[in-house]
Design a protein around this ligand. Sequence first.
Ligand SMILES: [Zn+2]
Ligand SMILES: [Zn+2]
Length: 46
Amino acid sequence: MSRSGLCQHCESAPANHTCPNCGSLVCERHFDRQRGECASCSVGMG
Ligand SMILES: [Zn+2]
Ligand SMILES: [Zn+2]
C-alpha cells in the first residue's frame, strides 16, 4: 500500500517525520524542526 506515508496535513506529500507529540505523520513542510513538532502542534494551543 502506497497510501501510508502521506502527510496527514496535506495528504499530497510523503511524510518524512512523525510528530512525537501527537504521532501524526507529516511532511517536511508541515514539520517544525526547531520545535520538533508538527505544524498543528507548533501552532500552540496553550
Ligand atoms: Zn504536508
Ligand atoms: Zn503534532
